[in-house]
Design a protein around this ligand. Sequence first.
Ligand SMILES: Nc1ncnc2c1ncn2[C@@H]1O[C@H](COP(=O)(O)OP(=O)(O)OP(=O)(O)O)[C@@H](O)[C@H]1O
Length: 252
Amino acid sequence: MENNVKFQVRDLDLYYGDFQALKKINMDIMKNQITAFIGPSGCGKSTFLKTINRMNDLIEGVRIDGTIHMDGVNIYKDIDVINLRSRVGMVFQQPNPFPMSIYDNVAYGPRIHGIKKKSQLDEIVEKSLRQAAIWEEVKDKLKKNAQAVSGGQQQRICIARTLAVGPEVILMDEPTSALDPISTLKIEDLAEELKDKYTIIIVTHNMQQASRISDKTAFFLHGEVVEYGETSQIFNNPKEQKTEDYITGRFG
Ligand SMILES: Nc1ncnc2c1ncn2[C@@H]1O[C@H](COP(=O)(O)OP(=O)(O)OP(=O)(O)O)[C@@H](O)[C@H]1O
């Protein structure tokens, strides 16, 4: 396997009971890039994203066939879920800080992983908040409840919480859809900065966002990947008529 491939997805099918939500997905997702998933509502973007850190395993009646390898390791067979989730972090559509202080939110994961020393936690909290481009805004109110700041700030705190456990991959499920335009741009800038160190996969309904920040784009329709390639190619010169129809707004 090429060593710049982070995830190798082969013939992935996912069923919710009788309903097939993903159909024969084949995709190589690259390290240190931003990969965007686009497509109309219900086409399977979030379902696919969640298979990457095995969030669907929690749902009753889900069946998954095919394989996903991360750095050559089968994530459904050869790695436990706890380990996988510490390496593959996730940021959700609605900022979801825990009802506790900003500091405790970011220290939460490291504490679960057994880090107790205050100086070490202080260091991780500051570093993570800095990386999430929110340190300057919250450094004087780390004891404040994380739910009592703006939505855009909450989302960056959630990103810091994800970074604090030292993941390699960040999955983002429509991370800016609940945010105002300025906060959205901050998260987009942040994603671009973070890709030097992380592999980022983002589900977005916002096509400008996908074309602004992603390196590769996958267009999903009815559980299938219609087209996957360089973002500039997908947006400027799509090979498939269905992709063109979607990105030009002819259906959606
Ligand atoms: N827990 C579930 N049980 C049964 N069906 C589900 C479940 N979650 C999703 N689905 C179905 O699977 C399909 C894909 O859903 P998914 O949420 O992955 O789509 P999406 O492309 O992310 O949509 P959106 O853009 O609206 O978030 C949809 O038809 C949805 O109704």
